[in-house]
Each structure stands twice: as C-alpha cells, then as structure tokens.
Design a protein. Structure first.
Length: 248
C-alpha cells in the first residue's frame, strides 16, 4: 500500500499524486495542448482528457514522464456495458494508460449489485489484459454511506485499482469523511482518488493524510508552486474555506 504523509512528502511525490484534469466540455484543442505543456513542466502523474483528445495528448506528451488517462461512461455511468468496454478499448488503442470509469449510479441505487460489479469487471478485465489501470468513480453526491460502502466492495471484487469520489460535475465533490469511509472499506491493495474541489495546497495535503494517493486537480500550478514556497519557508495566505474544513 502506498502511504504518504503531508509532513514528509517530497515535491516529486506530490506532483505524482496529481491527475491534471482537462475535462471541461468547452476546452478547445489549444486548451488541451496548453494543459499538456503545463503537466509536462510540473511532472504530474497523468493528464486526464476527454476521449476525443487522447491521441492529441499522447502526441503532446510523448517526450515527457506524464501519461495519458481518460474517462469511460462519463459523467453519468449509464452507458451499456459493451459501450463502456468499447470506449476503454479505443482509449487504450489511442494511448491511454489509465481509465477513470463511472459506475452505473442508478443501478447501484436500485440494488442491482451483480450488474454493477459485472459492469466494472468488464472494463477492468479488458484494461488489465493490456496492463492499464482502472479508477472507479462513485459520484458520492448521489449516494448514502451504505451505498458508498457497497460501491467500495463491488469495485474491489471487480478488480478496480482505485476507488474515486466524484466526476467533478455533480453538486458535491471530495470530502474528508467520504475519503476516510472509502479508505476504510477497501483493502490495502486498492488505492483511493479524490476528485472534485481540491483546489489548494492545504486541501491536497489534507486528503493525502487520510490515505489518498491520487487527486484530480485543475489548480495544479498553484498547488505545486505553493508547495515549493512552503518548503522554502514562505507563509501561504489560504482562506479558511480552503483548508481542513472537510469539504472541498
């Protein structure tokens, strides 16, 4: 199990916690290329792009240490399983090395647990045959705690590599309580990703301290520049609403 601490994490480790998110619907190809340049400059873990931009990002990052991730069944999880599998296959063909798939939220809430597990497993199976990793997005804003726990168990049984809080497009994103709950309900073999609203360095350090090993972010440059400044002894001016309030 990967375990980081806000007190000992290095700049290089912190950068590799970040998936730089380029998923907003209005982003142009120029925006995506600028985002890839930023991600390469800061040596983050991945750039997470829309499926239509996987090839573009792969080419832009070919000489960097940043890999391409993309989304499957995004943002509502309601695609039929064979469509999710086809999305995954095409994304991998075009260069994606990590997949963030949305589980079927409505079927989970309907108690169709076998269906949800097999839906996740179908994507994990095709990904793992090609050594590609899968993060399963729950969209916690729509789930109660019991459903979040069930989602953890189903994702692990299906072979997920990460469980993830949110798409960033629902009414709420990552909370410390949800992240603690998720960390407690998967084994040490499964990692936890925070997504949705982690926009400051204190917020990122907070989620790391509850067991997060990957985080979706759009404020990548600000977060990593602030970390460098903090290590150099600068005092950061961060509003209370962006610190350890429990909701981001």
């Amino acid at each position: 199990m990967i375990k980081y601490s806000s007190k000992t994490i290095t700049y290089e480790q912190l950068a590799k916690v970040i998936d730089h998110s380029l998923l907003r619907p209005e982003l142009t190809e120029a925006d995506v290329l600028a985002g890839c340049e930023l991600a390469a400059r800061y040596h983050v873990a991945t750039v997470c792009v829309k499926p239509c931009h996987v090839k573009l990002a792969k080419e832009a990052l070919k000489d960097s240490d940043v890999i391409v991730s993309t989304v499957v069944g995004f943002p509502h999880g309601g695609n039929q399983t064979f469509i999710k599998v086809a999305e995954a296959e095409l994304a991998m063909d075009e260069g994606a090395l990590e997949l963030d798939m949305v589980l079927n939220i409505g079927e989970l809430r309907s108690g169709k647990y076998d269906f949800v597990r097999e839906d996740i497993k179908a994507v994990c199976d095709v990904a793992h045959r090609r050594d590609v990793k899968v993060k399963v997005i729950f969209e916690n804003a729509y789930l109660n705690d019991e459903e979040k726990i069930i989602a953890c168990k189903l994702s692990e049984a299906a072979g997920a590599d990460w469980v993830k809080t949110s798409t960033g497009f629902a009414s709420g994103g990552a909370t410390l309580d949800d992240l603690r709950l998720m960390r407690a309900n998967v084994s040490d073999e499964i990692q936890v990703k925070a997504a949705g609203g982690v926009r400051t360095l204190p917020a990122l350090l907070d989620v790391i301290d509850v067991g997060v090993t990957r985080c979706g972010a759009t404020a990548t440059a600000t977060i990593l520049d602030d970390f460098k400044r903090m290590k150099e002894g600068a005092t950061l001016e961060i509003s209370n609403s962006d610190s350890a309030s429990g909701t981001y």
